[in-house]
Write a protein that binds this ligand. Structure first.
Ligand SMILES: [Zn+2]
Length: 332
């Protein structure tokens, strides 16, 4: 029997229901073990710096001055509540509570990070590995391996003062749905973008409930192979992801993509709100000024049906790269 993921609610900002669905995912070797994500470097000159949290002197000492809070004094050392730990300075999502464990070391410990959220740097002491927020470069702590404290054998030792806890009910992911040919390749590229928490291959745009892969390719379902992207709205945006979408497939090919021919491989953006619709249409207009005859459909999103488990992380699990999608930069 195929394992199915629960369909998500139909909004651009996804809260608790997506959070709960994300917890159903198997511990993912997929993203953290994957090749280097794009743009891992801190973006300390990001324009949203103006929205960064004003730091107290003690926060500044740790986050900017790379200091360390005293052991067993931080507010998150022994917490267990379900939610997400974000960067105290910029608000980017860093760790899930499900990756937190008690190490006994006196600081909060995690054995995994939200993909792409943490950058590793050689510590100034020449021995340890420092970890910083990938979005703003703020100091978090250090990461250690080989201690055999958990199955993942990794310990992010993080200062409580570098983080802020957001309860699960208050977590808001951004959400986007793109169709651009074979979903294996679209998913591969999307899950490597900074700020993407999860990318899922699936089916949408048609009229058949609970479609299977066989239904899509042997029946008239109206569905397209598509990818649902959940992202941290602090670390990235619908516009940034939509630009990537246009750069990894050919938006001028009608009724297919490359050798994959048929409406199930059509190019489409399934928008979740008017802002996404306006952004998609503006980007298409920009491509048209570059001489491209774009055929990408911009249509309202319906139910997204996650595909069978064997379609998820197809290239990553096979430790290979897409033969169906390549990125060429259109926007600089
Ligand atoms: Zn940050």
């Amino acid at each position: 029997m195929r394992r199915r993921l629960a369909p998500l609610c139909l909004t651009a900002a996804v809260g608790l229901c997506a959070w709960l669905a994300a917890q159903d995912q198997p511990a993912s070797p997929k993203k953290s073990d994957s090749p280097q994500r794009e743009g891992g470097a801190p973006m300390a000159d990001a324009p949203e710096q103006a929205h960064w949290q004003q730091l107290t002197p003690e926060e500044e000492r740790v986050i900017v001055g790379k200091g360390t809070e005293a052991p067993f004094t931080g507010e998150y050392t022994d917490t267990n509540d379900e939610g997400v730990y974000t960067c105290r300075r910029c608000g980017a999502m860093l760790y899930r509570s499900t990756d937190k464990f008690h190490s006994g070391c006196g600081w909060p410990a995690f054995d995994d990070e939200i993909p792409g959220a943490v950058t590793r740097l050689p510590d100034a002491d020449g021995r340890r590995t420092e970890i910083v927020c990938a979005h703003c470069g703020g100091h978090l702590g250090h990461v250690f391996t080989g201690e055999r404290l958990t199955n993942k054998n990794v310990r992010h030792c993080v200062n409580s003062i570098s983080m802020r806890f957001v309860p699960a009910a208050d977590v808001k992911f951004g959400r986007a749905i793109f169709a651009g040919g074979c979903f294996w390749g679209v998913e591969y590229w999307m899950e490597r973008q900074p700020g993407v928490v999860r990318a899922t291959s699936g089916y949408t745009g048609g009229h058949l409930d609970n479609p299977s892969y066989e239904d899509l390719h042997h029946r008239d379902t109206g569905h397209a192979e598509a990818v649902e992207v959940l992202y941290d709205p602090v670390a990235t945006s619908f516009e940034a992801l939509a630009k990537v979408f246009f750069e990894i497939h050919d938006p001028t090919q009608a009724n297919g993509q490359g050798p994959d021919i048929g409406p199930e491989y059509r190019s489409a953006i399934f928008y979740l709100d008017d802002e996404q619709k306006a952004t998609a249409e503006r980007l298409i207009a920009e491509l048209e000024t570059k001489g491209l005859a774009v055929v990408t459909e911009v249509v309202p999103a319906g139910i997204f049906w996650p595909a069978e488990e064997y379609h998820q992380d197809y290239f990553t699990l096979r430790k290979t790269t897409p033969t169906c999608h390549f990125r060429r930069h259109v926007w600089e």
